[in-house]
Design a protein around this ligand. Sequence first.
Ligand code: HEM
Length: 491
Amino acid sequence: MVVDLTQSNIDPNNPIYQPLLADLQGNILTSHDCDYSAHIFIQFKPNRNAVRQWIANFAKTRITSAQRQGETGGQFPQKNTGASPGLFANFLLSYKGYEALGFKFQVGGNREFPSPAFKVGLANFRSILDDPPVEDWQPGFQTQIHGFILLADDDWSQLNNQAKILFEELEPIADIVNTEVGRVLRNSKGQAIEHFGFRDGVSQPLFFKEDLDRAKQQGIDKWDPSAPLELVLVKDPLGEGEYSFGSYCVYRKLEQDVSGFKAAEKALFQTLKLSKKEEERAGALVVGRFRDGTPITQFPTEQNVDPVPNNFNYDEDLRGVKCPFHAHIRKVNPRGDKNDRHQTIEEQRQHRIVRRAISYGELPNARHHSLSPQVRFNNQLAHLQNLTRYPGEDEKVGLLFLCFQSDLFNQFMFMQKNWSNNHHFVTYTTGFDALVGQGKPKTSRQKWHNQWGENEVTEFDFYHFVTMQGGEYFFAPSISFLKTIASNFRE
Ligand code: HEM
């Protein structure tokens, strides 16, 4: 039976979806939700057969399918593999990785990747995305990356053990060109946040019935988070059969200047002459939500409610007097904002991405690229145990931004370029997305409303507290393709 990718509200027990979920890597349709994560970037050594053999074995013993992830709410026991019970694993390839493995694609052929951006790679879109020059990227991202292995676990020492095993296994077949490690930061209530202190991972496209049923409890009449499978899945061009799907992944290391952000937040607070009681409003005007997640378009102060409200749009704030047009969440998800004269809500919804980011923090002892990958990795991982939302003086912190989609141009790239970096979205002279807008500042400054819901505005520049350190585009292939990569050459 052919899978209908226009469907949402998926019941994973429905036999139509089971073969798809069994062959799809986890972390795409729902987050792996583990507290610790290690990202290992590799360049294959010349012996292709050995590399393919290793990949097939890794797929058979460790990669977590969407089905098994669903069965156990994020993790599942691995039988007789030596892998820890809670280990989650992904394996992704860059286009150069496919080429290094000997795969050839014909333009227009049925074995071509439908996304041309994937073929070209992230570094070549530097000027389109207003990214820093590649020479300024972290050295590990300036090197050609073929594969990206993600290991995640709630147990730090298990992750450490699994990474050690992996490093040994990789030795004969690949060079480790870069490693990153991340940890879910939490506030005093145990809720996931990012380094500026705001709740993160709140608004996501939802595919499964269980997740949608939960969302329906707060209503979905103003914002419907449901998403069809086709928002993230594409047929794996090298997969066999009707059920092999994959997804494009954008990986970007984004450094956050926490002290710069907080100083600017304070300066904005003073410029707008906010009262002590309104202290949190300045930050909320930047993000579009207060630190506790409350949407500022709905409330002038924090509401401290759980689950965080997500059933809202900007219909009652068409002039941006409550939530500024340049606020991060208004830029990256306009929710059918009627100020957008170019696109309908249906068109806007096609630009959505699923975010699977995790916070990082590293000390100078992990930043020297002259260190061996193993030593650097050990230093990175050791520091994770002490990671807090308050960075130390010589610590660099940020977000390992990772998102999945079915079309790189139309989703992540559209969002970053046409919305976040575009001064004239959603209205003329809006200015940058105050959180992640990139590029040269224009003469127009962002306009900030002095009082919630009132007309009077003050101009103030708030941007560039997030800097891109490097990254790449990857594809998460079907598991069956990876399992058979050694036996079936299909070049
Ligand atoms: C260090 C960088 C970033 C930080 C600190 C950050 C922070 C946040 C926060 C606090 C939220 C609100 C909570 C939530 O819905 O999860 C959010 C939402 C979101 N962010 Fe970011 N973000 C970053 C980078 C990006 C980038 C690069 C993009 C894409 C270009 C992006 C796209 C989104 C989207 C789509 C949402 C959901 C908006 C909605 O549906 O209301 N973020 N982000």
